[in-house]
Design a protein around this ligand. Structure first.
Ligand SMILES: NC(=O)c1ccc[n+]([C@@H]2O[C@H](COP(=O)([O-])OP(=O)(O)OC[C@H]3O[C@@H](n4cnc5c(N)ncnc54)[C@H](O)[C@@H]3O)[C@@H](O)[C@H]2O)c1
Length: 242
């Protein structure tokens, strides 16, 4: 049984994660930490048995999180985003002592999609590449970070391409661009389509998120992956290569 401490237990993702772990046979939650609710206020207040910390909190707690995990020799799955360069360095330093998994997108499906996109971009040859992302009408930023991540995956194979974020007016397609379009409607969790087209055929690689629980599923998979690993900084590429 993998005993999990959830950092950020009262939050949207912490709550979803607790629900996912409750249905996971080889894992249990032994403690939760949050700034509000019926949880420990700080990680160091809990010194009971534990095997791993899964973090969906706020990046300003990075130093506390890493100090706690290093002092107890606990692996950490860092799902929190928005770390400063200094905080990222602190995580890298801690990973010299403990195993740390960090990914700004914990969906295994998105990581696999990026891998497929990278392969298609490398092997399909000259073609037009377009990305369409669709999200709910409450999303404030466009394009999505995931759309940029997928465009970056294309550019690994075709670095000559640059991004065209949303065409309008006199905007004839240029051969050296990746068009990125954002659609906002209803309650859609997140859809990303990457299209590779020539005059004779089109390949479309699509990822559809149905539920934010996909991030918690990924955190559980990462926690399992990290268990028993030596110290180091791991990410989704390591998990997919395993
Ligand atoms: N990597 C991914 O795939 C992924 C997916 C979803 C969310 N996230 C990230 O996870 C984080 C949490 O997201 P959310 O939507 O659940 O946020 P939220 O605001 O709903 O919850 C934040 C939680 O963290 C707690 N918290 C805040 N500061 C803390 C600190 N210093 N120490 C301990 N706990 C602290 C809060 O009390 C709360 O429980 C964000 O950084 C978000 O971007 C990452």
């Amino acid at each position: 049984m993998i005993r999990v401490i959830i950092n950020g237990a009262s939050g949207a993702m912490g709550t979803i994660l607790a629900g996912v772990i409750a249905k996971t046979e080889d894992m249990e939650v032994v403690a939760g930490v949050a700034l509000e609710g019926d949880y420990y206020r700080r990680l160091e207040e809990y010194q009971g048995p534990a095997d791993i910390v899964i973090d969906f909190s706020h990046h300003n707690g990075t130093v506390d999180l890493m100090d706690y995990c290093v002092s107890r020799g606990l692996p950490a799955v860092v799902c929190t985003t928005g770390q400063t360069d200094e905080e990222l360095e602190y995580i890298a330093k801690a990973a010299e002592t403990i195993p740390v998994f960090r990914s700004a997108n914990m969906s295994v499906g998105v990581a696999l999609t990026a891998k497929l996109v990278r392969e298609a971009a490398a092997k399909f040859g000259p073609c037009d590449v377009e990305i369409v992302e669709i999200h709910h009408n409450r999303k404030v930023d466009a394009p999505s970070g995931t759309a940029i991540m997928l465009a970056d995956a294309v550019r690994e194979a075709r670095p000559e391409l640059h991004y065209n974020l949303g065409r309008s007016g006199m905007a004839k397609r240029q051969p050296d661009e990746i068009g990125i379009s954002a659609v906002r409607m209803g309650n859609i969790v997140g859809t990303h389509e990457v299209m590779f087209g020539t005059n004779t055929q089109t390949i479309t690689i699509t990822h559809q998120a149905h539920d934010r629980a996909l991030f918690a599923d990924g955190a559980v998979t990462a926690a399992r992956f990290l268990t028993g690993k030596p110290a180091g900084l791991y990410n989704m590429d390591d998990l997919l290569a395993d």
